[in-house]
Structure formats: C-alpha cells, structure tokens
Ligand binder design. Structure first.
Ligand code: ATP
Length: 373
C-alpha cells in the first residue's frame, strides 16, 4: 500500500497543503522547526487517529483556527483507491472512508498501516510498562479491529469496576452482587485481551528472532515474553477467564481496600530477553537500540503477513541517531515495495547508496518545495 497524496488544512504549521508522493522513498528535508515531523505526524494520525507526540488532539489544530483537516488517498494492490479523511475540532474528531462517515474509529483504523521509527523507540525497551502496553495495543490494534474493540470494551468495564470498588471502599454501597457481575465481565475481557496479546507476540517472535540475529551477526538470541502475575503463554481463553474469575473472588477484599482493580492486562508487561537476560536491566544502550530496531522491523513483517501488504514506513529523524551498521541494516531492509518517508536536516546523514532515487521535498516554514537532486 502507499499514500498517493496528502491534503492538510490548518494542521500544525500548515495552513493549506496538497502534495503527491512517490510510492518509494520520500525525503522531507529542512532546517529545524520547519514542519518535517508535523508531516509525518499527519500521516500517522491519518492512519491511527492519534498522534505519536501528543495525547491532546487539539494541539494539532493550527493556532487561531477552529479545526484541522487531514485527508489522503491510499492505493492498495496497486489499483484500489481509498480516500481517508479526518477532521479534528474542539468537540472531537470525525473520520470518513470514501466520504462515508465512520461511527466507530475501530472501523476506520487499519485501512492504512504505518510503522514509525523515531528516537523515542528506545523507550519501548527502556521505559516503563505503560509504554510497552500502549505499543502493543496500538500495533496489534491496527491489524485487528476485533482486538481494538475488545481493548476498548475492556477499558470501559475496568473503569466501571474501579469506580464501583471506590464506592465500596467509601461505604457508599454494600452490594457485592454487582461487584460479581462486573468481575465476571472484566474476567472475560481480560482473557480475550491477554490471549490475543500472547498470540500476536508469538507471531512477532518468529520474525524478531531472525531479524535480531542478523543485526547482531548471530551474537544475540532475542526472545519476547509476556509477563503477567500468572504464566499466560500456553493457556486457552477459557483457562485465563477462569483464572481471573478465581483471582477476583479471592482478592476482592484487598481490591476494595485499595479501591482499584489489582489484576488484569492493564498491569502486564512485555520482556525482551537477550541471551536469556532481560535487556531492560542488563542490556547496554547499543543492545537496547538494536532490540528497538528489531522490534520495529519485525512489526513490518507481521503487518505484511496479517494484511497481505507492507505498511508505509515513517522514519522520524532516526538516521542521524543510528550508527552506520544499524543504519545500513534499516535502509537495506526497505524493499522497493515499501513506501518510506524520511525526515532529515541534511542528506549528508543518509547513506545515499542505500536510497535509490528519492523524492526530496524541501520544507520551509510549513511550505513545500519539490527538488530535483
Ligand atoms: N498547533 C500549531 N499551530 C501552529 N504551529 C505549530 C503548531 N504546533 C507546532 N507548530 C510549529 O511547528 C513547528 C515544528 O515543526 P516540526 O516539529 O515538524 O519541526 P521539524 O521540521 O521536524 O524540526 P526538527 O528537525 O527540529 O525536528 C514549530 O515551528 C512550531 O512552532
């Protein structure tokens, strides 16, 4: 798949923009703070209805404007054409596919698949578990709308249960039967979410192991592990459901005392083991960087396997961050059939032998100039 064109209105520092892209490599070149990342962010947002930089959609609206609009044409299987359109306003966001409004974002997300590489990727490996859970939900969500729906239902029941636990904690109610109802519902969603995460991780594992061995020239064996308060990896949905039901039953007093749900996928984590050691605790910065790179490259392959087409790649300022070996690995992994967008302040950062015939767009203060180079 590739994005043929993009149109922006009042998006960040772009008042009005219409641009066509190459189905291969596109480079956004420009000095700092000109709007290169804003353009990548717009494509990320067009695909996933959220930004990789802010959780506040209103930040994306050009200062002084009431709304922002992003639209783009996505070409799939080299012929079918899909118009994607998003409007962000102070009251929320509206998504359209071929001019048809989508009531649920879960029916919109997944039509354009993206994988973003950015210097912040390291935090997926190094940072706290919330970042890893977010990563997993986002990435698995873009290849399974069912998973996206389940996660959203899970969050809604979790919120209700936490609210009710607080009421019990503050003696505003004594009704434990309703807590049972909520616990049962939550256990069902916990089981679905956990089982899907484990299944996708196992599929990701097949790719990541090979990619990581290649990046590290056979020196490192990388394993992904789903980490929960129980061993989830070989359990069925039903097993997990029963386990959660029993756990909620056993621990309800403690949960009331704390006023919060203490067990569930919202507390789980993913571990990256390099040669059997957790890279978060024992890995060098270089090893952690390689794991982050392997993870992203594995994600590209998982999307290809699941949806039958490569996602588009967004490389935000990463080439200057990667050493020569990792840069070479990344760029040589980009085949001719993967549309790629690269932001950079200088083409000197980029190994030109690995980038064939790039479409270079110079960005100056929210405006674009196409260059012949
Ligand atoms: N809501 C907004 N309205 C108008 N301008 C905005 C808004 N949000 C950000 N900007 C402007 O966008 C510019 C930053 O753009 P961007 O982050 O894309 O820079 P960049 O070209 O990627 O730079 P760098 O190379 O430093 O990463 C800044 O000038 C900032 O003031």
């Amino acid at each position: 798949m590739f994005v043929r064109d993009l149109e922006l209105q009042n998006y960040r520092n772009y008042e009005s923009l219409k641009i066509e892209f190459s189905p291969k490599i596109n480079v956004f070149l420009g000095r700092n703070a000109q709007g290169k990342t804003n353009l990548l962010e717009a494509m990320y947002f067009l695909a996933l209805t959220r930004s990789h930089r802010t959780s506040n959609d209103k930040d994306l609206i050009k200062w002084g404007s009431d709304f922002a609009r992003i639209s783009g044409t996505v070409i799939k299987d080299n012929s079918s054409r899909l118009k994607m359109n998003l409007v962000i306003s102070k009251s929320g966001k509206k998504a359209k596919l071929n001019n048809l409004e989508q009531r649920k974002l879960s029916s919109y997300i997944g039509n354009l698949n993206v994988v973003l590489f950015s210097p912040e990727d390291l935090s997926i490996v190094k940072g706290n578990p919330t970042i890893r859970r977010k990563f997993v939900d986002m990435e698995f969500g873009q290849i399974s709308s069912q998973y996206l729906k389940t996660v959203s239902q899970f969050r809604s029941v979790l919120k209700q249960r936490n609210f009710y636990l607080k009421k019990l904690q503050h003696h505003e109610t004594k009704d434990l039967v309703y807590l049972d109802v909520l616990s049962d519902q939550l256990a069902a969603y916990c089981a679905e979410v956990t089982h899907t995460r484990v299944t996708f991780l196992q599929r990701l594992q097949v790719f990541i192991q090979k990619i990581h061995a290649k990046i590290t020239e056979g020196q490192e064996n990388l394993q992904l592990r789903y980490s929960s308060f129980f061993e989830a990896e070989d359990k069925s949905v039903e097993d997990i459901y029963n386990l959660y039901k029993a756990t909620y039953k056993k621990n309800y007093r403690r949960e009331i005392q704390r006023g919060v749900t203490l067990y569930g996928p919202h507390r789980d984590d993913i571990k990256f083991l390099v040669n059997d050691k957790n890279v978060q605790d024992f890995g060098s910065q270089g090893q952690q960087r390689s794991v982050a790179l392997s993870l992203k490259l594995a994600e590209v392959e998982l999307i290809k396997e699941e949806v039958g087409d490569y996602p588009i790649l967004l490389l935000d300022d990463v080439l200057s961050e990667l050493d020569q070996k990792r840069q070479t690995h990344l760029l040589s992994s980009i085949g001719d059939n993967i549309q790629t967008f690269i932001t950079t302040t200088s083409l000197d950062d980029v190994d030109r032998t690995l980038i064939k015939d790039p479409n270079v767009l110079t960005i100056i203060d929210g405006k674009i100039k196409q260059e012949e180079i």
